[in-house]
Design a protein. Structure first.
Length: 345
């Protein structure tokens, strides 16, 4: 008789209180452990925070500020972004309620297939044969939210009862903010405001709620290994636990949680369209020994059939079909930036 194996979730391992040590497949080799190199303490955090309030901001100055943040960091906070702070709190609340108040068997009804490219639902990365990558100390729920034709809230949790409604509202707000930011980023490059958005085409938007259970060995693990995001632009919110880090000048710098702000991460396709004038940010998440952490990443990607090429001459990157780029990302793994570097001319 075949015994169906129960999918593994980090939360079940973490709640198995008899295990003071993490399983070996979650242990990072010394060179990628969180303290090598040491992250700069959060209170020195120089990551730019940009006020988008157009009523009081000089438009030229705002574009200059955005351009500098994109060039120097590829990532920055935005405040006065137009998304109601109450909605940010609600997204964190419904996410936390699903992960913490639903029994595991109920959550596993939403399991996604974790063996291949990300599909919608509740998951955790698993080891794939012949791939010796270390696992992330993270579970997630991935939602396909745009185009509206892919959006099917009946595949999302029903508990808490307002979960689906909150996610739909959040999806629409994130789309509007992504459009506004890509407009400002285009202008900061001296391009027409619509340039990057037109190059990306209709947004394929996915929202991942990331849940990082407390980890008994935070010095040996990562919540999410170093990577740059594959699409055009990612908008991330986190709770007050902290753990997101950005790599700059050979150092991992912790991104201070700012509860009403939204963290903007330039992704690989924007680097290509900008012809390398702006770089996608390498980032990772570390784990926490005592508190569970929640973050919500909203990815805006081109259609898989879309060809992406630089908006400047001479091009420094080869044109690539986005779907091919995604396949190579999944077969090579995300480590560092080797996927985008392979497109350099
Ligand atoms: C991601 C990501 C970081 C975090 O989802 O791609 O980088 O802090 N998340 O959860
Ligand atoms: Ni990311």
């Amino acid at each position: 008789m075949e015994v169906a194996s129960r999918p593994i979730r980090v939360q079940s391992i973490a709640q198995n209180g008899t295990a003071p040590q993490v399983p070996p497949e979650y242990i990072q080799p010394p060179e990628t452990r969180p303290n090598n190199p040491t992250a700069r303490p959060a209170n020195n955090n120089p990551i730019p925070s940009i006020d988008l309030n157009s009523a009081v901001r000089d438009a030229d100055f705002l574009r200059t500020e955005i351009g500098a943040a994109c060039r120097d960091w590829g990532a920055f906070h935005v405040t006065n972004h137009g998304v109601p702070p109450k909605l940010l709190g609600e997204v964190r609340r419904v996410g936390r309620t699903f992960f913490e108040a639903c029994p595991m068997d109920e959550k596993l009804r939403y399991s996604c297939d974790t063996s291949g490219a990300a599909t919608e639902g509740y998951g955790s990365r698993m080891l794939v044969a012949s791939n010796d990558t270390v696992l992330d100390w993270r579970d997630y729920f991935d939602h396909h939210t745009l185009p509206v034709s892919r959006r099917d809230p009946s595949r999302w949790p029903q508990f808490p009862p307002d979960y689906r409604e909150v996610m739909v509202e959040y999806s629409d707000h994130m789309k509007a903010l992504a459009q506004k930011l890509l407009g400002l980023i285009s202008e900061s490059l001296g391009l027409p405001s619509s340039c990057i958005e037109e190059a990306v085409g209709e947004f394929y938007q996915n929202i991942s709620i990331n849940y990082y259970p407390p980890c008994p060995q935070p010095d040996l693990t990562l919540g999410l290994q170093a990577h740059s995001d594959m699409g055009a632009i990612t908008l991330l919110i986190q709770d007050d636990v902290g753990g997101l880090q950005v790599f700059k000048d050979d150092e991992w710098i912790t991104v201070d949680p700012l509860s009403d702000a939204i963290f903007v991460i330039l992704s690989d396709q924007t680097e290509i369209i900008s012809n390398g004038k702006y770089r996608s940010a390498q980032h990772r998440a570390i784990t926490n020994g005592s508190r569970a952490r929640l973050s919500v990443s909203t990815f805006h990607d081109p259609a898989k059939t879309k060809a992406i090429s630089p908006a400047f001459e001479p091009p420094k990157y080869h044109t690539a079909i986005y779907g091919d780029y995604v396949l190579s990302w999944y077969s090579n793994g995300p480590e560092g930036k080797r996927n985008i570097d392979a497109l350099l001319i």
